[in-house]
Ligand binder design. Structure first.
Ligand SMILES: [Zn+2]
Length: 429
């Protein structure tokens, strides 16, 4: 048995979120042959959840504490927006990293949520709302904590208990030994009595490269791997903790085959690391989530901002490729990618050809891209272009581009367009 820590870096939008996940693998992977778990269901049921209170949800006394009179009242189903928060590791003293937050900062965030009148909902309430059997207040928060770090028990749990906030633990069974920095099952069972719901975070927390390597071996091997990482994970967690109906993609990495198979294992919802408010039409197997990093307070601020359209989400609400609502006139010059087109996630250069635009002062041409802000685009006055290539894969489904320039008479001009990024991952790539 060896212990190791792994750093999983998925290139993401610099100022929004980079999906970095530490996975401490305390145990070797179970070497036994994989039992194939046949796909039994194709669709998430509309009424998916029996009340599991007493097994995998808060105790009655816990609910009593939460139902204070000042709690917000439910609104019609389509008016609710949920900010799903994702946390990892905590410490009172260790240097903060993306994955590690100061305990005091976590307390301050929970205090902010309480004092702002936001409603912290349980996973059960979230799923009932998403599948149509419950109404919620307008602004809700769902708290999730990934991996099973011991500090979740020692640092975050006392605060969550004090505030009476329910929460979800996304666990992977090979990291439940109690050794190193991992929790043991007793700690988790104690937390279940105070608001913890258990979800699966795979069996061994594989890297995207591991998923891709298995996929490259062919369909049978890939299916067997998914049976193990998604199916066996749930079976083990159910054995230990009771009902499990949710999955959280390690590092946010998900593919069409993964999403297709998840319901067959008994999952009704799965969470990503792409930030954005969740609305009633959220695809249940690609639920947005704000990963709250210890090093970047702006992510929590964005998550708590229910007043304005959230970058990368509001434009995508209900949108399918080709159905982006028309907002502004299209640019009066050629651009690429083309407006409203759907492009691969490895985006080629974003370019505007300011041909046919007279009097452009090319020293003033600027480009801004949603998720990146002002970008260091190359301006080529000879060819009359401004161009920029994203430095990393883009995980936001909708991208808008703004190009501004002044003309020689001093007046300023703007053009903008949007395109969509195909989020389905081709595993052969
Ligand atoms: Zn993780």
């Amino acid at each position: 048995m060896t212990s190791c820590c792994k750093l999983l870096v998925v290139a993401l939008l610099p100022f929004l979120v980079s999906a970095v996940s530490w996975a401490g693998l305390a145990d070797a992977i179970d070497p036994e042959p994989v039992a194939v778990n046949p796909i039994q269901r194709e669709q998430a049921p509309s009424q998916p959840l029996a009340d599991s209170r007493g097994t995998n949800s808060p105790s009655d006394s816990f609910y009593m504490r939460r139902c204070s009179p000042e709690q917000s009242l439910p609104v019609p189903h389509d008016q609710t927006r949920v900010a799903v928060l994702g946390y990892h590791n905590f410490s009172k003293t260790a240097p903060v990293t993306e994955m590690l937050m100061r305990t005091q900062e976590f307390r301050e965030q929970m205090e902010y949520i309480r004092s702002s009148g936001l409603t912290v909902i349980s996973m059960q309430e979230f799923l009932e709302w998403r599948f149509g059997s419950r109404e919620l207040p307008e602004r809700c928060v769902l708290i999730t904590l990934d991996d099973g770090w011991r500090s979740v028990y020692t640092e975050a749990f006392p605060i969550l208990k004090e505030y009476g906030f329910p929460f979800t633990l996304f666990l992977y069974p090979t990291y439940l030994t109690g050794r190193g920095e991992s929790m043991n099952p007793e700690m988790i069972r104690e937390m279940q009595q105070f608001g913890a719901t258990i979800g699966s975070h795979s069996l061994t927390h594989p890297y995207p490269s591991q998923w891709k390597a298995e996929a490259a071996k062919g369909e049978a091997a890939y299916n067997a791997y998914m049976d193990k990482e998604m199916g066996q994970s749930r079976e083990k967690l159910v054995e230990l903790f009771g009902p499990v109906t949710t999955f959280c993609y390690p590092g946010g990495f998900n593919t069409e085959p993964m999403r297709e198979r998840l319901p067959g294992y008994g999952y009704v919802a799965a969470f990503t690391v792409i930030p954005g408010k969740v609305t009633e039409d959220e695809p249940p197997l690609q639920i947005h989530r704000y990963m709250i990093f210890g090093t970047d307070p702006s992510i929590f601020r964005n998550a708590m901002d229910f007043r304005v359209a959230q970058l990368g989400k509001m434009v995508s609400t209900g949108a399918q490729p080709g159905t982006l609502p028309p907002t502004t006139p299209l640019p009066p010059f050629p651009v690429s990618p083309q407006p409203k087109s759907v492009v691969p996630h490895d985006i080629p250069a974003i370019t505007a050809h300011l041909s046919g635009v007279s009097g452009v002062n090319f020293a003033t041409v600027r480009m801004s891209v949603s998720g990146f802000g002002r970008v260091p685009a190359q301006v080529d006055a000879t060819n009359r272009t401004i161009s920029w290539t994203p430095p990393c894969r883009i995980y936001m489904p909708d991208i808008s581009v703004h190009v501004t320039w002044n003309t020689t008479d001093g007046t300023s001009h703007k053009a903008e367009w949007s395109f969509q990024v195909d989020q389905s991952v081709t595993v052969q790539q």
